[in-house]
Design a protein around this ligand. Structure first.
Ligand SMILES: [Zn+2]
Length: 490
């Protein structure tokens, strides 16, 4: 029944898109669609053929290294993408939080995620876009179904993980091509994050998931073309973070170092907030400080500057961060995940993919590095919307734009070198190139080849049969068949 329902959604979605009228180019001015595939690590595009990512890179730009925001988790980074602010400034500092002023807890999976006050330390781009007299549409982007600063996106889908990708795309494109079209759209998809956690990024099974994401991107490209939007809408495809492999022996058990009655635990590995009980701060801190070489322990005021993760009361008085690949637990009781993220944002394994194309972007251009906070001013520029104060800089990413400063000759996109730290994700060599895009030449070739083989076999068998029964009269040829079979069996 569920499958049937999902198919109905897809079918409805496709119908919606196919029935859209093409829109006039004259109406176009800085349209933008921002897509996030949760947990799509930067190097996934180098381990299996990804023809649709490749096409966008050829037609547009690619950034090899996107330094995202600390902590490298889903909500903080999705909010960074649409605000240009580090987590300490936009206030969504983790997927699970405690606010001492509100005396309330927040969980991304709970009802608290719909409370405006958690999100209102910043203004997301869809609100700013609307304040500038334009229109926005959001398909499941984290926070987009919450009222923030008195506004929702002009159109949005309430979060529902069971809504298929195709339906989300169809809905978004109907908003882009409708009678009062949106200028800015955001689209979120849960994979490959979920599979990355369950399988681990080093699992060959994840290759199938990555190939499926590329197919989904192909669907999005096709639908944009069907709706007459492909040449007019700037398309940015990125993610919130990467993923690293875990190990069942790389476990840090806090119970070995400090009693649970001494502190409250906030959020989940690999970055955990600790609120020491009254009068226990020094005891908790000193017990953990040198407890395990794979555990970094910071007082809030000592958190490294480059994390930009200190100036917010939702950051707990003590912060624990695991070394890459390690897991922090109180004790080993729960089933382990095989992949995780959240670690130091300078680790290559934590970095997301980034490709973009459209009328605003250069073509066939590869940039070495950008910071995810720089995306917000870039998007504001494309949309023609005045940016809110932010931590990014348009100057850092202006070379991605067609109108940007002159750049050297375009570099052919190539797999970047393997990261040097351990245990780094190892980019796998490209599998033999075999485009999965439909190819009529290939199908015709296959049919012709099959036909030739069949004809050859027919002629061959016929000749052998005739040789084996030279004395039989033609009219009795069928009598020879059992004899022939007997001989062949020998
Ligand atoms: Zn995740």
């Amino acid at each position: 029944m569920l499958t049937l329902l999902l198919r109905s959604w897809s079918a409805l979605g496709c119908l919606l898109v196919l029935s859209l009228p093409p829109i006039s180019r004259q109406e176009e001015r800085g349209k933008l669609l921002l897509v996030s595939f949760d947990g799509f690590r930067w190097d996934y595009i180098h381990r299996v053929p990804t023809p649709h990512f490749d096409a966008i890179m050829r037609e547009g730009v690619q950034v090899d290294r996107v330094v995202n925001s600390y902590i490298t988790k889903t909500l903080p980074n999705h909010y960074t993408l649409v605000t240009g602010l580090h987590a300490e400034s936009h206030g969504i500092v983790a997927n699970e939080m405690f606010d001492p002023h509100l005396n309330r807890s927040f969980s991304m999976d709970g009802q608290s995620a719909y409370e405006s006050r958690w999100w209102e330390e910043a203004v997301p781009l869809w609100v700013t876009n609307q304040r500038a007299g334009r229109r926005s549409g959001a398909a499941m982007w984290p926070g987009s179904d919450v009222e923030i600063r008195g506004a929702y996106p002009t159109h949005y889908l309430p979060y529902n993980a069971s809504v298929p990708f195709q339906s989300r795309v169809a809905q978004l494109l109907s908003w882009f091509a409708g009678p009062d079209p949106i200028d800015f759209g955001v689209l979120y998809w849960e994979e490959p994050d979920e599979s990355g956690h369950n399988l681990g990024p080093e699992s060959p099974l994840l290759d199938v998931v990555i190939a499926d994401i590329d197919d989904k991107l192909g669907f999005l490209r096709d639908q944009l073309k069907w709706a007459g939007l492909y040449d007019d809408v700037n398309l940015i495809v990125t993610s919130d973070h990467g993923m690293t492999q875990l190990s069942s022996v790389k476990i840090i058990e806090l119970d070995s170092y400090v009693g649970r009655d001494k502190y409250t635990w906030v959020d989940k590995s690999p970055v955990v907030g600790i609120i020491p009980k009254e009068g226990c701060f020094d005891e908790v801190y000193n017990s953990l400080l040198n407890a395990n070489p794979n555990l970094y322990v910071y007082k809030r005021e000592d958190i490294p500057d480059h994390y930009h993760y200190r100036h917010n009361d939702r950051i707990m008085p003590i912060l624990l961060e695991a070394r890459e690949g390690w897991t922090i637990v109180q004790n080993k009781t729960k089933k382990m995940m095989l992949g995780n993220h959240g670690y130091n944002n300078t680790l290559p394994s934590m970095h997301p993919v980034f490709v973009a194309r459209g009328p605003a972007f250069r073509s066939n251009y590869v940039k070495d590095t950008m910071h995810s906070v720089d995306l917000y001013p870039l998007m504001c520029h494309i949309l023609g919307v005045p940016p809110m104060p932010n931590n990014g800089s348009l100057a850092n990413v202006q070379d991605l734009l067609k109108e940007g400063p002159p750049v050297g000759p375009a570099r052919v996109p190539a797999p970047p070198p393997a990261p040097t730290h351990t245990p780094a994700p190892t980019p796998r060599p490209l599998a033999p190139s075999k485009p999965r895009e439909p190819s009529y030449a290939w199908v015709v070739g296959l049919l012709l080849g099959t036909a030739l083989v069949v004809i050859f076999l027919f002629v061959f068998v016929k000749q052998v049969t005739l040789k084996q029964v030279p004395t039989l009269p033609l009219g009795n040829r069928e009598i020879s068949q059992p004899l022939l079979y007997e001989e062949l069996r020998l």
